[in-house]
Ligand binder design. Structure first.
Ligand code: NAD
Length: 522
């Protein structure tokens, strides 16, 4: 398998805090083995061919998991949590392991970054930032765990009343391909911190960083069997994980259609789920905005990650008074973006995840144009011969559309922005909210009361004012409407992987005064 590895150019130098990544490191990570219930083994499922989207060439192969592996992983996880003492372990002891996983991730940031760029086409600067963010997530969850408290509630009788938190058993973590290591960490770190075992189901298109993370977790002292990683198709491996009778919770990040289906299955089992789903986020430019800031932020908000981001600012609302100047500057800034392979440090916009996804994005743009949209820039694959084999698509801006159009309502999940003009604040808010999604929004203005008004009025889980796509692990992330239910990150991130339990302890030493005169107040 490893003899098929082809790296097209030398990797950039590693940062001082991380161990530089060699071809040997990469090859060591590209082993055809998956961890199932504490044993690394060749998966018994279908062969997955990992394709570098920058070249269209297979760089590694992996045997995926099967439905049988799901059962072994879930039951093995429960057993490991009990037998290793993980669930019963004191919080500060579990926190030490999590902290060490964070340190190991940071040390290996260059390897993880190189793996993820090979697998997804994302730029090296982005994949490295995602890995360092994942390391921070593990360290944050370690400290959140150490400082987490239960409640002694006000007693209504002669007893001590306590509200405590307990793990759910085994958590299924199902993730998409667009930011693998970050979405892995956002689920696996708090779920482990809570005292659970985890069965991770990474996407077929990008399994490698999750497997590397499992090796680091083992090296950091996570007891064997607590983290199984089962790459494989959603319709078999994913379905089996959600349907498994012993699974305590599913935490899912992915498309809204899949999420709705998983929500239905979970409802039938009365099983908790967290669903982080799609978006069609508005980003709003007022006439008093700092246009340098707004242009840079809007370009970054839609075209970074080649637009393959749930929070992409894909609907750009511009006030009529600045429309001409803003649009001219936006188009110019977009045309300055460098499209190329993710491992070239000059690249801003890498290839899309697969050629078929790129073709789907192209079809959506073509349909919008056929329906009357005008392409201001992009709207096709680049003509550069050196990019001909990759899954590239030029950053695209469309105008001449209305908010009801399909291109303004459906998630493209690619580098495509639509431009919409507004005059009136109430009408703007109505149109910004006229979508099934409610994930994120951006507001560009120097008028703070207005920013606050719009931030409160827009139905979105996250709002950015004069910035976009900035995150902090200490701040919760959630989606409204069809963008999801439940939250991730923040101090309460751990609690979303726990059950609350109430305990009443009698302190009177007397029998319950049932039927006696002057019985206790309830
Ligand atoms: P997807 O829904 O096709 O797949 C996501 C994961 O679910 C994959 O691992 C897939 O194998 C699995 N899956 C698919 N069908 C399943 C089933 N029936 N049962 C169980 N598992 C199943 O999404 P995708 O194409 O991988 O990712 C893109 C989508 O993810 C976009 O809609 C994007 O907006 C969304 N996303 C949301 C967030 C967020 O935090 N809200 C973050 C990133 C991506």
């Amino acid at each position: 398998m490893t003899d098929r590895l082809e790296l097209r150019r030398d990797l950039p130098n590693a940062a001082a805090t991380t161990r530089s990544c060699s071809q040997t490191d990469l090859q060591a990570s590209l082993r055809d083995e998956i961890p199932v219930a504490g044993r690394w083994q060749r998966g018994s499922g279908d062969l997955i061919e990992s394709v570098d989207p920058a070249t269209g060439k297979v760089f590694a192969t992996l045997h995926g998991a099967t439905v049988g592996d799901v059962d072994r992983a879930v039951r093995g996880g429960l057993q490991a949590a009990a037998e290793s003492g993980w669930t019963a372990m004191l919080p500060h002891e579990r926190a030490r392991v999590l902290y060490r996983i964070g340190e190991a991730l940071e040390r290996d940031a260059d390897t993880v970054s190189a793996l993820q760029t090979l697998d997804t086409g994302k730029t090296r600067s982005e994949t490295k930032a995602l890995c360092l963010s994942a390391a921070n997530t593990f360290r944050y969850m370690a400290s959140a765990l150490e400082t987490m408290v239960g409640d002694v509630t006000p007693s209504r009788g002669p007893y001590l009343t306590l509200a405590t938190w307990e793990p759910m058993g085994v958590v299924g973590a199902i993730t998409p391909w667009n930011s693998p290591i970050a979405s892995d960490a956002q689920k696996i770190a708090p779920a482990l911190a809570a005292g659970n075992a985890v069965v991770s189901k990474p996407p077929v298109w990008a399994p490698w960083v999750t497997l590397h993370l499992a090796r680091l977790a083992e090296e950091a002292g996570l007891p064997a069997g607590l983290l199984s990683v089962l790459p494989g198709p959603g319709r078999t491996v994913g379905e089996a994980l959600v349907a498994h009778p012993e699974i305590g919770k599913i935490s899912f990040t992915g498309g809204t259609t899949t999420g709705k289906h998983l929500g239905e299955v979970a409802a039938r089992k009365v099983m908790p789920v967290t669903l982080e789903l799609g978006g069609k986020s508005p980003t709003i430019v007022f006439p008093d905005a700092d246009l340098d800031q707004a242009v840079a932020g809007v370009v970054y908000g839609i075209f970074s990650s080649t637009g393959q981001s749930c929070i992409a600012g894909s609907r750009v609302f511009v006030h009529r008074d600045v429309e001409e100047e803003f649009v001219a500057r936006l188009v110019a800034a977009t045309q300055r973006l460098v499209v190329g392979p993710g491992d070239d440090p000059r690249t801003h916009v890498g290839p899309m995840i697969t050629h078929s996804h790129r073709d789907g994005v192209a079809r959506m743009v073509d349909a919008a144009v056929a329906a009357g949209a005008t392409v201001l820039t992009g709207g096709r694959a680049p003509e550069d011969e050196s990019l001909a084999d990759g899954a590239y698509y030029l950053p695209t801006i469309l105008t001449g559309v209305v908010n009801e159009d399909r291109i303004c309502q459906e998630e493209v999940f690619g580098p495509v922005a639509v431009l919409l003009t507004f005059d009136d604040e109430d009408d703007l808010v109505a149109r910004a909210n006229d979508t099934v999604y409610g994930l994120a929004a951006g507001i560009w203005t120097r008028d703070f009361p207005r920013a606050w008004r719009i931030a409160r009025a827009v139905k979105a889980g996250t709002v950015w004012v004069n910035t976009y796509k900035q995150f902090s692990i200490s701040t919760p992330f959630t989606g409204l409407k069809e963008s999801g239910i439940g939250l991730e990150k923040g101090r309460d991130g751990i609690r979303s992987y726990m059950h609350q339990k109430s305990v009443y302890v009698d302190i009177s030493g007397r029998p319950i005064a049932w039927g006696a005169p002057g019985g206790f107040e309830r």
